[in-house]
Design a protein around this ligand. Structure first.
Ligand SMILES: Cc1cc2nc3c(=O)[nH]c(=O)nc-3n(C[C@H](O)[C@H](O)[C@H](O)COP(=O)(O)OP(=O)(O)OC[C@H]3O[C@@H](n4cnc5c(N)ncnc54)[C@H](O)[C@@H]3O)c2cc1C
Length: 300
């Protein structure tokens, strides 16, 4: 019988570069056999299970501001790549201005794991089940990347290409993720359906975010992202357009949830069947939208 957890190979080498430039050059020179890491909560498990044959683990924590969180009301929030989720979720500016991000962090595994795991690691790992990716997309997150050609910005909407695949190339190192100040009067929700309450990857995850906007025909805009129901974290533009264009009531919220149901393409796996996942997308999207609507509607 195959051992599903063959154990870490003996020959992994730990590399601690002194600069981003050095790290990037090393990753290019050893493309295919090296990886950058932060909390390593994904890396170690993948290597232990024999899924990744990584020879060099390149520690990028602490390089060029990756350990810092900064907030400026005029610019927004910047979270250094190496900042663990517990620190993000406890930061006063996150609690005040980005509670959706804090809520998403709380749904990742356990407190112990979140003391290592990072949001940027969650994003770069590019699992369709990543709990903090939906909030990061809906809050218009932009990844700052240092690569062989220097710095560039990667907006998260458009960043994901498939399970474990993104716009990142060998030698690219994500150094931070930034968020603009969210619109006034907003509210967000992350609803995760897992197999237990102790921490499990999502069977389905629904992130929704809404705010009043006089430029929309309905007077409001909503954003929706779905986890674990497509090869990439999925936005639902048809539902978002509907909610911007029609006067909002319970029926329109249910119609938007139906569009979410129609847009997702889940698979059967150990966590749940495709059919169950689709039904739950509809139910949880409606629940999230109803909750947000009750908080942002101006006539409430
Ligand atoms: C027991 C357990 C439970 C878990 N439960 C959950 C859960 O409930 N929800 C959830 O979403 N996830 C869960 N995970 C997965 C994991 O903890 C998260 O994805 C976490 O956010 C990864 O962050 P990290 O800093 O540990 O990433 P790492 O493991 O360090 O890296 C993850 C990936 O990103 C790449 N990478 C890392 N740093 C960079 C960088 N600076 N630039 C470019 N690429 C980089 C790595 O090469 C790797 O491919 C769980 C993992 C374990 C072990």
């Amino acid at each position: 019988m195959n051992n599903a957890h063959p154990g870490l190979p003996d020959f992994v080498e730990y590399v601690k570069p002194a600069s981003l430039e050095e790290a990037s050059k090393f990753l290019v020179a050893h493309a295919g056999e090296s990886r950058p890491f932060l909390g390593a909560t994904d890396c170690i498990v993948r290597m232990r299970d024999g899924i990744w044959k990584t020879k060099y683990l390149v520690d990028v924590k602490g390089l060029d501001g990756t350990n810092q969180i900064t907030f400026d009301p005029a610019v927004g929030l910047t979270i250094g790549a190496a900042v663990p989720m517990n620190k993000v979720a406890a930061h006063p500016a996150v609690i005040k201005h980005y509670p959706l991000l804090a809520e998403a962090c709380h749904w990742v595994a356990s407190y112990q794991l979140r003391s290592r795991a990072t949001i940027v690691g969650n994003i770069c790992n590019a699992s369709p089940a990543g709990d903090t990716i939906g909030a990061s997309m809906l809050l218009e997150g932009v990844l700052r990347v240092f690569g062989p050609d220097g710095y560039r910005d990667e907006p998260l909407n458009g960043f994901f290409k498939g399970p474990g695949r993104t716009n990142l190339k060998p030698g690219d190192i994500a150094v931070s993720v930034s968020f603009p100040l969210p619109p006034q009067g907003n509210s967000g929700r992350y609803i995760k359906l897992g197999r237990n309450k102790l921490g499990d990857l999502a069977i389905v995850g629904v992130t929704a975010f809404g705010y009043p906007d006089s430029s929309a025909a309905s007077g409001y805009r909503f954003r929706i992202a779905l986890a674990s129901v497509a090869p990439i974290p999925l936005r639902v533009p048809k539902a978002e357009e509907l909610l911007a264009s029609k006067p909002i009531d319970e029926a329109v919220l249910a119609e938007a949830a139906q569009l979410a149901y129609e847009s997702c393409t889940p698979i059967d796996d150990v966590r749940g069947s495709a059919r169950y996942r689709k039904q739950m997308v509809r139910n949880l999207t409606r629940n999230a939208l109803v909750d947000i609507w009750s908080k942002i509607r101006k006539d409430a």
